[in-house]
Design a protein around this ligand. Structure first.
Ligand SMILES: C[S@@+](CC[C@H](N)C(=O)[O-])C[C@H]1O[C@@H](n2cnc3c(N)ncnc32)[C@H](O)[C@@H]1O
Length: 275
């Protein structure tokens, strides 16, 4: 799109290819700009020292997907306000939390002061981790970074590099089948409108056609292929069910849709102990 070309309203939200640089710039800008609103809307649900995997509310304390934590070096990828890392610290783990966005890390620093649970915070891109090889026992993220990078296969390879042999990698993302539907928590979100196989990213762009938000879709098969391609072994794929009595809507996640189909996929993988 040329600089002087204007886009119409119906071109502000679309599915189109986006390069790596435009994707990174869009997402850093988006999360910096949205950090205060995001925390105001979701901070109470996420807690200051808590580890929830998804809008369905599943807690690590209940499912223990990360395995033994005491004494383990844990990397939280795309940590946002880093509530998960602080909870990990209370379990005897040694977490390091990183995020691309200084705006989100500002909330992490504030929450550390408020809760009295400090954790090391690093500003970094998940595609270029500033950590030595084999320096962590566990890596994890609840919806961080993965949906927002153009090359999630490269992200898997970076996490594989920084994990020790036998290390575990657990991440949650929007369940790929959600991409078939509109982002609507109500009746409008019950009708299939997009092809599951269309990998074009969801893009919001400004009036000059420059992306301001980019989110990527991969099918279930793509995700497994990226994990296996990076050298991981898949141990489990958890599809949390909507709990009875859970009334809280989060964006497109709602009791109505949660009763009918999954909203989150949690991949549990390990780096084999021997090559
Ligand atoms: C939906 S939030 C999830 C954060 C936290 N787990 C939570 O539940 O609030 C996504 C996070 O991914 C971060 N992120 C996006 N792209 C990233 C990248 N390339 N590297 C590291 N973090 C990234 C964003 O800045 C944001 O904090």
């Amino acid at each position: 799109m040329h600089d002087n070309e204007q886009v119409s309203d119906d071109e502000r939200v679309l599915r189109r290819r986006v390069g790596a640089t435009e994707t990174r710039r869009a997402n850093r800008g988006w999360w910096d700009h949205d950090a205060d609103d995001y925390q105001a809307e979701h901070g109470a649900f996420l807690g200051e020292v808590d580890f929830r995997w998804c809008p369905e509310g599943l807690r690590e304390a209940d499912v223990r997907l990360l395995g033994e934590l005491a004494g383990r070096r844990v990397l939280e990828v795309g940590c946002g306000a880093a509530a998960c890392a602080r909870w990990l610290a209370t379990q005897g783990a040694h977490p390091v939390a990183f995020d691309l966005s200084a705006g989100m890390l500002r909330h992490a620093a504030r929450a550390a002061r408020a809760s009295g649970v400090p954790v090391p915070l690093v500003q970094a891109d998940a595609l270029a981790l500033p950590f030595a090889g084999a320096s962590f026992d566990i890596a994890c993220t609840a919806f961080g970074a993965i949906p927002f990078v153009d090359d999630s296969a490269a992200l898997m390879a970076e996490v594989h590099r920084v994990l020790r042999p036998g290390g575990r990698w657990v991440f949650s993302v929007t369940h790929p089948m959600r991409w078939v539907f509109l982002d609507d928590p109500g009746e409008g979100g019950l009708t299939a409108v997009h092809s599951y196989f269309d990998r074009s990213p969801y893009v919001e762009q400004d009036d000059r056609g420059v992306a301001s938000y980019v989110e990527q879709h991969r099918t279930l098969g793509d995700r497994i292929r990226e994990l296996v391609g990076a050298g991981f072994r898949l141990l489990d794929l958890v599809e949390p069910e909507w709990p009875a009595g859970h009334r809280e809507t989060w964006g497109q996640w709602s009791p109505l849709r949660g009763r009918l189909f999954p909203g989150t996929a949690i991949f549990v993988a390990e780096k084999p102990a021997t090559a």
